[in-house]
Design a protein around this ligand. Structure first.
Ligand SMILES: Nc1nc2c(ncn2[C@@H]2O[C@H](COP(=O)(O)OP(=O)(O)OP(=O)(O)O)[C@@H](O)[C@H]2O)c(=O)[nH]1
Ligand SMILES: [Mg+2]
Length: 218
């Protein structure tokens, strides 16, 4: 019996257009980065597994939303089925920082009476000289929202894995404490996908030979 993953968490990336949500995900899942802007249309999907502790593998289903306003009706439909959210702003663009509270409010109100576990991401930390938001004020905002704050760069691969790991760990701990539970009709957290690969012998009625097939039971 092979355990593929013990839990699956659905995580969503939120924030204005061009803050770097897709770049963060491409770095985290494929280890690649491009300077060429390629705005997301609607919603994209990525995945990666993390070994959160010995014997516990968590599959992350990662939803990359378009920051552009015209796609908002599509992206809002993904809020409800997410257990975690990265609130991303661009450290070199003050407006994107000022919009973080709006994102937090819009998503939190949309999923009521349920909650999401957030992390605040100050992105493009490689452009330190062009910084328009200090670490202090970003930490203050995170404290006001009761969430963590991490500065990342997809370009330099700085803190990208760490940001996803911290959020995953926070969700996992809340799950262990029973504060997050799976519930019917909600895909934020799923548990226990195991695969059992076995040989199944089926005898052909005509040639009388065994047609061995591999069956994967889930
Ligand atoms: N210097 C620097 N540029 C980055 C970084 N991450 C992303 N960018 C650049 O920022 C631009 C926008 O990045 P995207 O990842 O497409 O932004 P997005 O948030 O997905 O944008 P939408 O899909 O429109 O919501 C691109 O030109 C990227 O190359 C980074 O860590 N450092
Ligand atoms: Mg994008």
């Amino acid at each position: 019996m092979d355990i593929l993953w013990q839990y699956q968490f659905r995580i969503i990336l939120l924030g204005d257009s061009t803050v770097g949500k897709s770049s963060l995900l491409k770095r985290f899942t494929d280890g690649i980065y491009s300077d060429v802007a390629d705005p997301t249309v609607g919603v994209d999907f990525y995945a990666r597994s993390l070994d959160i502790e010995p014997g516990v593998k968590i599959k992350l289903q990662l939803w990359d939303t378009a920051g552009q306003e015209r796609f908002r009706s599509i992206t809002t439909s993904y809020y409800r089925n997410s257990v975690g959210g990265l609130l991303v702003f661009d450290l070199t663009n003050r407006k994107t920082f000022e919009h973080v509270r709006d994102w937090h409010k819009e998503v939190s109100e949309h999923i009521l009476p349920h909650h999401m576990v957030y992390i605040l991401i100050g992105h493009k930390s490689d452009l330190n000289k062009e910084r328009k938001v200090s670490r202090d004020e970003a930490e203050q905002l995170a404290a006001d929202l009761g969430i963590r704050y991490v500065e990342t760069s997809a370009k330099c691969n700085s803190n990208v894995d760490r940001a996803f790991e911290l959020l995953t760990r926070d969700i996992y701990e809340l799950m262990k404490m029973g504060e997050i539970t799976t519930r019917d009709g909600w895909d934020g957290v799923k548990s226990g996908l195991t695969a059992k690969v076995q040989n199944v012998h089926i005898f052909c009625q005509i040639c009388r030979q065994c047609l061995c097939i591999l069956l994967t039971l889930i």
